[in-house]
Design a protein around this ligand. Structure first.
Ligand code: SF4
Length: 264
């Protein structure tokens, strides 16, 4: 058995599909918590309770809530809380929140944390699934997610749970739009075959064996990114920084001619 095996998490692996070098940087650097991230955690807290990992750091629920709320006013908090309470009753086994996932493969560890695993009320039925809450500024943006890698988290978590329990569970994304007082909720219920899960194993093997992890440096990956924002790791990426700085020599006559009166 190899010592010091790498530990893969869905977010680092997902980065590989955008840019393999991003995956390398995401393992070396942690990014600061942004306001949308804090809102997402607060939403999870109101819907599913306190994450046990937060308990170690903050102690009581009250202190955790205070840290997340920060300087937010009731005008921000109350609608968020209302939306979390709207979604809360679908989770029929509230104790099954924040489940640590871990599976040791020959060469590496697979890991993550499922927001919830258990019975959920969905489409007038009760189903057993892995569920993940997303609190987002644009539910509509999910229409653009059509690639397998956009849904990597779901199939990867289902794969780990299968390895841990021998059960193949569907995965339910519960996506709540942060903009509307009357919540807009989108559900994406993902189903998997055994072959899909075996495919994940082959994918992670492929990523693990790629020791070069070449940067994919382009406007699309470094500047725009999949979520319309610059790559989170630009701070530490020489390739992206060079692309952005765009240093070059320019012959004036090669510019797009749009002067209104070019003849003097
Ligand atoms: S800045 Fe660009 S090249 Fe660098 S890690 Fe991010 S996406 Fe990859």
């Amino acid at each position: 058995m190899k010592k010091d095996k790498p530990y893969y998490h869905q977010s680092t692996l997902t980065n590989y599909y955008i840019c393999p070098h991003k995956m390398v940087l995401s393992k070396e650097h942690s990014i600061e918590q942004t306001e949308p991230m804090r809102n997402g955690l607060l939403f999870e807290f109101f819907a599913l309770g306190m994450n046990p990992r937060a308990k170690e750091k903050y102690g009581t629920e009250e202190d955790y809530a205070k840290a997340l709320i920060g300087r937010k006013t009731p005008a921000t908090i109350d609608p968020l809380k209302k939306k979390a309470e709207f979604i809360k009753p679908i989770f029929l086994e509230p104790k099954n929140a924040f489940i640590t996932l871990k599976y040791e493969d020959k060469e590496y560890f697979n890991g993550g944390e499922a927001d919830y695993i258990g019975l959920v009320e969905y489409g007038g039925k009760v189903i057993e699934c892995i569920a993940d809450l997303k609190y987002t500024g644009s539910v509509a943006g999910w229409r653009n997610y059509i690639k397998a890698s956009d849904y990597f988290q779901s199939v990867y978590y289902s794969y780990i749970v299968w390895k841990m329990t021998n059960k193949i569970l569907p995965f339910l994304y519960v996506i709540v739009d942060s903009n509307f007082e009357i919540p807009i909720v989108s559900y994406k219920l993902m189903h998997f075959s055994k072959e899909n899960l075996l495919q994940v194993k082959r994918e992670v093997d492929f990523i693990h064996n790629d020791i070069i992890r070449r940067p994919v440096c382009s406007y699309e990956t470094c500047v725009k990114g999949p979520y319309n924002k610059p790559c989170d790791f630009l701070e530490w990426c020489e390739y992206g920084r060079e692309l952005i700085s765009d240093s070059k020599e320019i012959k004036f006559e090669e510019l797009v001619p749009d002067f209104l009166n070019p003849k003097y």
